[in-house]
Design a protein around this ligand. Sequence first.
Ligand SMILES: Cc1ncc(COP(=O)(O)O)c(C=O)c1O
Length: 397
Amino acid sequence: MSDLLPAAKLGHIAATRKEGDAAFRVLSVEDFANSRAEITQWEGYAPTPLVSLSALAAAIGVGEIHYKHEGPRFGLGSFKALGGSYAALRVLQRQISAKLGQEVSLEDIRLGKYKDEAAKITLVSATDGNHGRSLAWGCQRFGAPCRIYIHAEVSEGRAEAMRELGAEVIRITGDYDESVVLAKTEAEENGWFVVSDTSWEGYSEPPRDVMAGYGVMTSEICNSLGTPPSHVFLQGGVGGLAAGVVAGLRQHWGKEGPRVVIVEPELAACLFESARNGEATNFAIQEETLMAGLSCGEPSGMAWEVLSEEADDFLTMPESLVAPAVRLLARPLPGDEAIEAGESAIAGLAALIAARQDADLSAKLGLDANSRVLLIGSEGVTDPAIFAQIMEGADAA
Ligand SMILES: Cc1ncc(COP(=O)(O)O)c(C=O)c1O
């Protein structure tokens, strides 16, 4: 077996799938159809590439690897471009419709017909980077003021990218969860609107729209693949990406859909803990993972509803795999396309390779030479300084 990555032991929990309708109820067929109809009209929309990594697949002993490369998404560098911006537009639609006493269309807001109203609606969120960038970009496009709360560890490069999109960026000294609390409190005090990518008791509309936006990516994948993959490896932060993709795949392929493997950093494994306990469970983060987008200690309630029914396996991976996996994509095996990916993009790839280096785990996951694996390369180089640092590291493990 190949030693493309350093040896690593992954955590694994085999989940029992439950019969249920969460993949159709939490996110409906209509939710996805509406987001697709709107987002595909946006200027600059183009499907992102689904890259086949055939040499890598052969080297690790699987049939195919399909890597959905979200780096080029709307020039923002990640799949999150589809979520926060769409949820922002939907908040504007609800607020302007309520104010005017008539239903206004997303298109009319997008085209600036209600720009005076939009300018009075401030949208806020906490973020570790990509969601905030998407929200800031949406606010800039749709003419709403934007405030973004970031925690102490968010890189300055990511903060600057949001400022360049016109957002006011507020950096706190605490961690992500504290930035979420501050965003909520200040929004309540000032009549602003929180556009979060995670849900909690009594707060579900924006996170549902965020996940519906991700459905554009899933439908592009389903349109490109003739037959369903056997496995999908999905990285988890709060679980919104995974739940959005899983619901989209289930709606498209029904029971023929892939085996769902959730991957998280060992340092921020809230979905893994939730699987262990059979209910949404928080994880106390002691140290930040390099995979900044996955550094979440509290699962999204709505995402967990979907994942608790639809996920087959939960994995955790160590930090030691992150930089080598980024370098492996950027300096690929002969014949494969080079891909510049960010730290949070490679979780699925790293876990897949590590699992194939472990015969026992491969058997548990049902991975073999015939497996056709779908990976979500959720970001490109969203922080060039961090990427450059990783690339300077040694290639050898
Ligand atoms: C690049 C990237 N990948 C994956 C994720 C995880 O998404 P979620 O928090 O919805 O699970 C994030 C979240 O910020 C991200 O930025």
